[in-house]
Design a protein around this ligand. Structure first.
Ligand SMILES: *[C@@H]1O[C@H](CO)[C@@H](O)[C@H](O)[C@H]1NC(C)=O
Ligand SMILES: *[C@@H]1O[C@H](CO)[C@@H](O)[C@H](O)[C@H]1NC(C)=O
Length: 229
């Protein structure tokens, strides 16, 4: 009798422990869709911004169109080859900065390796929360897996207002204006104009901040010190 029961018990125990281990493993953040458009409401220590984010991984480009409250409209066009164009269009003195980063735009899996912190309600949504390299706290809707909110270590926060998976901005909008190229030519020097950063992956330079967690300098955090005059 005992001989027949034992294998069944072992079988049951192994099934139970298998399920327990599944339950116990922490949730992981969803990778970013390869292409999406998102409207973000940002708060930089009381300075409010409306940001149109166009993430386009297959085409190696990322666009932040930043409207400061009752202020400047700034374009931050980032290419995966490391070149970024930061420009305004409406001012009479058309401004452009060309920046070079040693790495390109964020990878869709940039949240890999983030530490799970548990669940929290944010903006009325129940979220899973992760933290990565003490740089960013990321909130994702438990049910839909969409990002809801994130906060940088500086207190710069983003509320995700829309998240249109698959939306792509037409090619014609990705052309930096002519004066971005003129500036470099007139000064008789090639791009880049500003190269004071040690950065290994771009992230939302809308905060004048980028962070890296890839390559040889894992975990290094760098701040872009440039300012748009
Ligand atoms: C923006 O953030 C500041 C804290 O940095 C806070 O006092 C203020 O209420 C926030 N504004 C909005 C509209 O959320
Ligand atoms: C990166 O790509 C953009 C868009 O094609 C281009 O304007 C820029 O010159 C390139 N940068 C480098 C360093 O090749």
């Amino acid at each position: 009798m005992a001989c027949a029961v034992k294998p069944i018990l072992i079988f049951l125990i192994s099934i139970i422990s298998f399920h327990v281990s599944l339950i116990a493993s922490d949730p992981t953040p969803a990778a970013w869709p390869l292409q999406f458009h998102s409207i973000l409401f940002m708060n930089n220590s009381g300075t409010l911004q409306h940001v149109d984010l166009w993430y386009d991984w297959p085409n190696g480009r990322n666009f932040n169109i930043i409207q400061n409250q009752l202020g400047k409209l700034t374009y931050d066009l980032e290419w995966d080859n490391g070149t970024s164009y930061i420009y305004t269009t409406l001012d009479s003195n058309k401004e452009c900065r060309v920046l070079h980063f040693p790495v390109g735009i964020l990878r869709p899996d940039w949240l890999d390796g983030a530490n799970y912190l548990g669940q929290e309600e944010k903006d009325g949504f129940l979220c899973n929360v992760w933290e990565k390299v003490d740089f960013i706290w990321y909130y994702e809707d438990v049910v839909t897996k969409r990002p809801v909110y994130w906060a940088f270590y500086t207190g710069y926060t983003a509320h995700v207002m829309t998240f249109e998976v698959g939306a792509v901005l037409e090619d014609s909008h990705w052309q930096a204006p002519l004066y971005c190229f003129k500036e470099a030519q007139e000064k008789g020097k090639p791009l880049p104009l500003i190269e004071e950063f040690l950065v290994f992956s771009s992230f939302f330079s809308i905060g004048n901040e980028r962070f890296g967690n890839f390559g040889p300098c894992q975990g290094i955090i760098a701040k872009c010190q440039y300012d748009i005059k």
